[in-house]
Design a protein around this ligand. Structure first.
Ligand SMILES: [Zn+2]
Length: 319
């Protein structure tokens, strides 16, 4: 995964960051700079075909303005097969026809836009972007957690992107933190996964129940906590503890020196980061002697564009 492979002769590429709620589409140049981008809600309610049409239309708009686009990279929520560009029934994609099942998204989009399309898991794309132009530029061992509709995890170990067996992406957001916790259903069908507590969507769902208000969104809950509401604060305290448990589990398996948070919910890090760090230091106390496994914790400085820039990175480096 060296940056030497970057095709710098291509001036820019088209990239997508497709999540369970929104899609960002943009044009990124070979220095990782976003030249233009647009973020819109995905029309999941209109069905899979409508979503694919929407993605093609958004791409077409960008291509009309930037005619030198010759390659396309998609960073998408998973599970998916990065090598073939096939979505494997993504956890957080569904429409009137139900779950999406297996969908060859790269091929479908390539057919519509008549250009080669490569695909990567969104969190893998995000850590590739951080390694390319972000906080992990100088690190060979770094992890990213994307806190949006789901909890994506992407990790570089000894300078290489980590894959699971069968060339799959590790779905470490579905490590179970509390077995059989009925209060924490997860999109994957289990209860008590890290994602069931730590994604922005699931945090909000749990907080609405605890705070007795079905209408609150994540920002409103965060504002309540910032202005001193004790119940809202308690939700962020629970969050900080479970985040520490999740990072502890990732640290003992992968030993990252740096853990970066991104995604829309990372904007609430002021409410949980300090406590997460304190809890994590306690959990790792016996693992700080010799090699210190306590990672640095940071919020991404790529303005929630890590997925998009990573989508561009794979378009620049893979054929
Ligand atoms: Zn799960």
């Amino acid at each position: 995964m060296s940056q030497k492979g970057l095709l710098t002769k291509i001036p820019y590429v088209l990239a997508y960051d497709l999540g369970g709620t929104k899609v960002e589409v943009g044009v990124v140049d070979s220095s990782g700079k976003v030249l233009k981008c647009k973020r819109v809600p995905v029309v999941f309610r209109q069905g899979k075909q409508a979503v694919i049409r929407q993605l093609a239309d958004l791409g077409q708009e960008m291509i009309a303005e930037y005619p030198k686009i010759k390659r396309i990279g998609i960073a998408s929520a998973g599970p998916l097969e990065p090598k073939t560009g096939v979505l494997l029934d993504p956890t957080n994609f569904s429409g009137p026809e139900g779950a999406w099942g297996k969908t060859p998204l790269a091929q479908l989009l390539s057919r519509k836009l008549k250009l080669p399309v490569v695909m990567e898991n969104d969190a893998a794309a995000a850590i590739l972007a951080e390694h390319w132009v972000g906080a992990a530029r100088k690190s060979q061992n770094a992890m990213i957690l994307t806190l949006g509709t789901g909890l994506g995890t992407g990790i570089i170990v000894n300078g290489e992107l980590v894959r699971a067996g069968r060339d799959l992406h590790p779905e470490a957001g579905h490590l179970i933190l509390q077995y059989n916790d009925e209060s924490a259903p997860c999109g994957c069908g289990n209860h008590g996964c890290a994602e069931a507590y730590l994604s922005g969507r699931n945090f909000t769902r749990r907080a609405r129940v605890k705070l007795g208000n079905e209408k609150l969104d994540a920002k409103e809950i965060a504002d309540m906590a910032r202005s001193g509401d004790l119940n809202a604060r308690a939700m962020f305290d629970e969050y900080s503890f479970l985040m520490a448990v999740a990072i502890h589990n990732y640290a003992v398996v992968y030993a990252p020196e740096l853990v970066i948070l991104t995604g829309s919910f990372a904007q609430t890090a002021d409410l949980f980061m300090k406590k997460t760090k304190t809890h994590l230091e306690k959990l790792l106390v016996r693992r700080r002697v010799g090699v210190d496994l306590m990672p640095d914790l940071k919020v991404s400085s790529l303005h929630n564009n890590a997925g998009l820039i990573g989508g561009a990175f794979v378009a620049f480096t893979r054929s």
